[in-house]
Write a protein that binds this ligand. Structure first.
Ligand SMILES: [Zn+2]
Length: 88
């Protein structure tokens, strides 16, 4: 499994990904234009997904929560900090 980048490099990577896909992919699929704020792993790292660009989709915070709930099989609202990462 790929190590997730941390600190300043992770921030730069996140900004680069949001710049390359500035609109939420799930909202766009529904015909809604929403600014993406979270680069999401399509296959979660915990399920063997890689931390590379072709495993990334950019989502808004709401869609990210829906996707995370789907991937991890629960619907509890997850608290995230300003960077979009879960607080826990
Ligand atoms: Zn969205």
């Amino acid at each position: 499994m790929t190590d997730r980048l941390r600190g300043r490099r992770a921030v730069a990577q996140r900004l680069r990904r949001l710049r390359s896909e500035p609109l939420c992919r799930d909202c766009k699929a529904k015909g809604i234009i929403t600014a993406a704020t979270v680069p999401d792993h399509i296959v979660p790292l915990t399920q063997g997904g890689g931390d590379d660009d072709n495993n990334i989709r950019c989502l808004c915070a709401d869609c990210h929560q829906v996707r995370t709930a789907e991937q991890f099989g629960y619907r509890r609202r997850i608290e995230v900090n300003a960077d979009g990462w879960p607080c826990a």
